[in-house]
Design a protein around this ligand. Structure first.
Ligand code: AMP
Ligand code: GLY
Length: 437
């Protein structure tokens, strides 16, 4: 098969890595890809949000399957355009991607189909939003409705912070049109985890859980990021809780979206809060994403034992009831290395050395995110950082503690003075392992 992956992050490197290992994969392209993806796919000079360019390439090259990594092209309707051109594509339609693209839409679907999530109200008027916040009291959560690159959510501990967040989004246009509407919702307290399921519009096939680390610094300090590291499985998601997530969150959503005439096909990423209740832990939905997580995808791909390509095809073809999926028991853990300054302004075009050495550590795969290749004066290839999150150093081992040790051993072989990482990725799971002795 001829397969095209869209995107340029660590998620797309992991997807290309898994797809390229499939006996079904003949030619693999990635648009635009990065320095690491070059090892497993041919990179194309087409941006991930260049819908016309991607459709033209896929048509001209008779691509059999397009796999869309990031949310932007999904929300722009890339999958609809490819399908209209007769090309199979993994990912939801524009209408179904609204589960991620509009928080208000997602909350309305949850309310209509009984999915447990935080109580909420939608607002297009700042004064009304502020009056509601005042009536509800803090802590309270203010979210820009549309895509805001992970920056559109404010957990307001005081009314002043909540009012300022509403002003920023609705009056000062901080997120452009994405903030013209806001969702104000109840603050939920608990432990966060993510769960992933493939959905073909009718059936849902559970994948596995993972835990991300959203804050930039150790001990969950500093601003939110796209994710500084992840591991899978997430011990907090017991088999019983995973069953509940499927029954109470994923399946009603798949049924609801079908009933709305917007069947969801692709991977549904449920961001969860595991809330303590007198009856025991209960999963509540924080948000849906319409794609794999990054860096969650890196650990999922390292754990996936089944060939990924039949799973992607079954998702596109409405055949998920005919496939099963197998996983390696060993946990996987990914440490993200980011450029100094991230998630704010960060340094660019700094040289990264030691990548080959790092990849030689037992059980380690170094996935690239924001990297590119440049020629040295001697004509050799050199890897440069050109993004905020730059590498995803991923290890598997018998325990999370061992995977963590291997990942950091590999991190320490990377020579990149302008890079940094958190040193505590996986701490919750390591603590749990220690308690269990
Ligand atoms: P989102 O972009 O909706 O995933 O939100 C980003 C982060 O904000 C989440 O990962 C949570 O840590 C936090 N968050 C979002 N909504 C809530 C909520 N209702 N209660 C508590 N924390 C939340
Ligand atoms: N790591 C969280 C996300 O991909 O949204």
């Amino acid at each position: 098969m001829k397969i095209l992956v869209v995107g340029s992050g660590g998620r797309e490197h992991a997807l290309c890595w898994a797809i390229s290992a499939s006996p079904l994969c003949g030619t693999l392209w990635c648009a635009p890809g990065n320095a690491g993806i070059r090892d497993v796919a041919q990179c194309l000079d087409i941006k991930a949000d260049d819908v016309d360019g991607l459709v033209a390439f896929a048509t001209a090259n008779a691509v059999d399957l397009v796999v869309v990594g990031p949310e932007q092209p999904l929300v722009l309707g890339l999958v609809d355009r490819l399908n209209a051109a007769g090309i199979k594509a993994f990912g939801p339609s524009q209408e179904a991607a609204a589960l991620e693209g509009s928080k208000g839409f997602m909350k309305d679907i949850c309310a209509k189909y009984g999915v447990p999530t935080a109580a909420y109200r939608r607002f297009t008027d700042a004064a009304a939003a502020k009056a509601y916040v005042t009536e509800q009291g803090a802590p309270i959560v203010v979210k820009a409705d549309g895509l805001a690159a992970g920056k559109g959510v404010v957990i307001a501990m005081t009314l002043d912070e909540a009012h300022a967040a509403i002003d920023d989004a609705m009056l000062h246009g901080r997120f452009g049109s994405a903030g013209a509407e806001v969702v104000v919702e109840e603050f939920m307290d608990g432990e966060e985890a993510s769960f992933f399921a493939l959905c073909d519009g009718v059936h849902a096939l559970p994948l596995v859980g993972a835990q991300d680390h959203k804050r930039v610094f150790d001990h969950d300090q500093g601003p939110n990021t796209g994710g500084m590291g992840a591991y899978s499985p997430a011990p907090v998601l017991t088999p019983e809780l995973q069953d509940r997530v499927m029954r109470e969150i994923v399946e009603p959503t798949v049924r609801g979206m079908a009933a709305e005439g917007k069947p969801f096909k692709g991977v549904l990423f449920a961001g969860l809060m595991i809330v303590a209740t007198p009856e025991g832990p209960k999963p509540r939905l924080i948000e849906f994403n319409a794609r794999f997580g990054d860096p969650e995808c890196q650990v999922l791909m390292r754990r996936l034992k089944s060939d990924i390509v039949p799973l992607l095809l079954a998702t596109c073809d409405g055949q998920l009831d005919h496939v099963d999926v197998r996983w390696h028991d060993d946990p996987a853990l990914c440490v993200v290395m980011a450029a100094e300054g991230y998630p704010g302004d960060y340094v660019k075009n700094t040289a990264i050395g030691g990548l080959d050495d790092a990849g030689k550590v037992d059980g380690v795969t170094v996935f690239h995110a924001g990297t590119k290749v440049a020629k040295t004066p001697e004509g050799d290839d050199r890897v440069l950082a050109n993004g905020g999150r730059v590498l995803g150093v991923t290890a598997t081992a018998k325990t999370v503690a061992e995977a963590q040790a291997l990942a950091y051993q590999a991190v320490d072989r990377i020579r990149w003075p302008e890079g940094f990482c958190r040193r505590d990725i996986g701490w919750r799971a390591v603590e749990r392992e220690q308690k269990q002795g």
